[in-house]
Design a protein around this ligand. Structure first.
Ligand code: SF4
Length: 395
């Protein structure tokens, strides 16, 4: 296997922590930025020691580079330039590479857009979440609908690819609210839209308020109708529904995520960042300050090391394959994983097909829309619950 052609950088800074968010980040701790850069520089030295990097070669050629968080745009235009000048010492996006930066709409100023262009960014993932002021307040977000409109307009006018994140099942959100969000999102013209249902994660303030009865999750049936509304409106707007949560105009699929879903090897740097060499997934220490302190002290900064058995890796491949509308080609699956699809999942596939949740033409298996609607409940038949790959949004 050659060197990885994909890399993820975790930038753990946010202005404040949204009430539903349990990602690896520090909020209101810009005093840590210099230390983060020092630690990241140290971690990037790993690149020259990667077994697959040719002797004497100090960098990785990349087809995709993705900066997520946290909120990478929180670094501001000067911080973004500083970050890319550090990354470019070791990571070299090739001509035509996809380079994505996640951004809070509030941070997208003309100066930020200019810095992104100078740094070779091709795509900005906007954490819009909603175009409705009440929903944004309910989600504890610090931006307003007009910030999303302004940011998308600036980026599109400058030729960036724009991906817009939308959230459904927010506290108090109605189906009509979601339909209006979708309408406005389509009218803004992003090339890509990701739609996520709010999840209530342990340890978040939303979850503790839910336990006290102060916040109410949406009914499951309503969540389903919101998801169906998203599929219908976005498909009608010319977006291909190419993965459970992701919609793209022709040619605008997220190539970085497709690399994850194809189980290709990727590199990852920063606190909580998980890398994969085709067999083993190593996740850096999730606490930002611990990751920094360990790296700068020369200690081991890895958190979890997940050396998957070939069978577990193949089972994960079934799940990420079925989350995609392209589905799984039996022959390609066997070649890539070394396992026959039916040996791992034949019984489940036959059952889902008879229930109208999947279509199987003997060569290709894929979920129907009804199957995608309930897909989160299907995977336990394929995987052990603790091996679920994360599909939640970032920023
Ligand atoms: S949801 Fe995004 S902006 Fe809000 S705290 Fe989490 S990473 Fe930061």
């Amino acid at each position: 296997m050659g060197p990885p052609r994909h890399a993820y950088i975790h930038v753990p800074f946010c202005r404040h922590r949204c009430g539903y968010c349990d990602f690896t980040l520090v909020a209101g701790r810009d005093d840590l930025v210099d230390r983060y850069f020092a630690a990241l520089a140290r971690e990037l030295e790993r690149v020259s020691r990667l077994p697959a990097v040719a002797a004497g070669d100090v960098g990785l050629d990349l087809d995709t580079l993705y900066l997520g968080g946290g909120t990478p745009s929180h670094l501001g235009p000067a911080g973004l330039r500083r970050l890319f000048s550090l990354l470019h010492q070791r990571l070299h996006p090739v001509v035509g590479a996809e380079v994505t930066v996640e951004a809070n709409p509030l941070d997208v100023t003309p100066d930020f857009v200019a810095a992104a262009a100078d740094c070779g960014v091709t795509r900005v993932s906007l954490g819009g979440q909603s175009l409705d002021a009440t929903t944004l307040r309910a989600l504890d977000r610090d931006h307003a609908p007009d910030d999303v409109r302004r940011a998308a307009g600036l980026l599109l006018a400058d030729g960036f690819g724009v991906s817009l994140d939308l959230m459904t099942a927010a506290p108090g959100q109605s189906l009509a609210d979601v339909e209006r969000d979708l309408e406005t999102a389509v009218s803004l013209g992003p090339q890509h839209v990701s739609v996520y249902c709010l999840t209530w994660e342990k340890g978040t303030s939303f979850e503790s308020q839910r336990r006290k009865g102060l916040r109410q999750p949406a009914e499951e049936a309503l969540e389903g109708r919101m998801f169906e509304a998203a599929i219908e409106r976005l498909e009608a707007g010319g977006y291909e529904h190419y993965e459970v949560s992701n919609f793209a105009k022709p040619g605008a699929r997220c190539r970085h995520n497709e690399a994850y879903w194809d189980c290709r090897p990727w590199e990852a740097f920063g606190p909580g960042a998980a890398r994969f060499d085709g067999r083993t997934r190593i996740t850096n220490h999730r606490a930002t300050t611990t990751w920094m302190n360990k790296i700068l002290a020369g200690d081991d900064f890895s958190g979890d090391v997940d050396a998957m058995t070939p069978e577990n890796a193949a089972r994960e491949r079934v799940v990420v394959g079925l989350r995609r509308r392209d589905g799984i080609d039996r022959e390609a699956f066997a070649t890539a994983s070394g396992f026959a699809l039916d040996a791992l999942a034949g019984g489940a596939i036959a059952r889902w097909t008879s229930q109208g949740l999947a279509i199987d033409d003997g060569r290709l298996v894929r979920l129907t829309r009804a199957g995608l609607l309930v897909s989160d409940g299907l995977w336990a038949e394929i995987l052990k619950a603790d091996r679920m790959p994360s599909t939640r949004p970032v920023a």
